[in-house]
Design a protein around this ligand. Sequence first.
Ligand SMILES: NC(=O)c1ccc[n+]([C@@H]2O[C@H](COP(=O)([O-])OP(=O)(O)OC[C@H]3O[C@@H](n4cnc5c(N)ncnc54)[C@H](O)[C@@H]3O)[C@@H](O)[C@H]2O)c1
Length: 304
Amino acid sequence: MPFRTIDYDGVFELVQMKDAIDAVRRAFVDFESGMFEMPTRIALGGSQVLIMPTYHRPTGSAVIKSLSLNFDRTPPIAGAVLWIELSDANGLIIDAEAITALRTGAAVGVATDLLAPPEASRLAMFGAGAQAYFQVQAVNVVRPLTHVKVVDLDPLRAERLLARLEILLPSTSVSVELDGNKALIDAEIVNCATTSLRALFSIDSLPPKVHVNAIGAFKPGMRELPDELFAAATVVVDDPASVLAEAGEIIEAVASGILAASHLVPLGLALQQPPNHTPWTVFKSVGIAVQDWAVAHLVAQRTV
Ligand SMILES: NC(=O)c1ccc[n+]([C@@H]2O[C@H](COP(=O)([O-])OP(=O)(O)OC[C@H]3O[C@@H](n4cnc5c(N)ncnc54)[C@H](O)[C@@H]3O)[C@@H](O)[C@H]2O)c1
């Protein structure tokens, strides 16, 4: 069977973040309309190995992403996305690190475009690891940024991200802030992409109006956001079933009665029926295979 391989650089040659955002937006709407079959992902070895399949009925195409996760390694995510189609025996094997970076950034871009104030231009970025650069890039596509403050426990990582962002966003003021609560003072958008086990900031530090994206906590025991935020905010999620099964902070907030599971708004639904905006909005994502399909579909369409 003829399978072509698309490596990390090859993915970025074919797909820009703006296109990934548009594709992921369409895929979330399709997901909400029942056009995908997507079982809960398989997590092995304490969520160090993930296997994520989905099938898109209208196109007769599917992806299966298999990856290993190790935060003591660079890159933390390594693996492959298998792209297959019913109508074509040719398939693709695509670098999973690149697909994941684009699709995770893209979901945050979609949610930020929907939920952040139209004039928002100041970002606080918690986490300066592998995902952070793409998280900032995606927000900048939908809300051109004037200011970015980077927060990380590791000052060296924060400085490294700063240097990359200065090249990506030459007319944006980019700085490192060691105190997370201070980084929030004038933030209009907050991104969280950390491996934290505890809330990254206190509720008292949040400005009166802010949109928060949180992609970090993907298993029980992990947390980036304080409980009180879930009590007060409109909470949009990639997939209610997935976050209720996997996201530590959501599992705990529901178990303690602070957040009703029925208040979780699927992103695909919110795109079609925008929720009433509360001053605080949250997008919580654990990442679903539908996003991988959206970016892999672009790669397949553009591979000749
Ligand atoms: N939702 C999704 O679709 C999705 C996709 C990919 C990765 N992730 C998750 O996002 C998180 C970040 O991924 P990554 O690949 O960038 O990891 P990484 O290990 O490269 O970076 C994580 C960074 O978070 C920092 N950090 C940890 N605790 C912190 C704290 N309390 N305050 C400030 N900084 C802190 C670390 O110092 C590190 O620099 C991981 O949990 C990963 O599993 C989610």
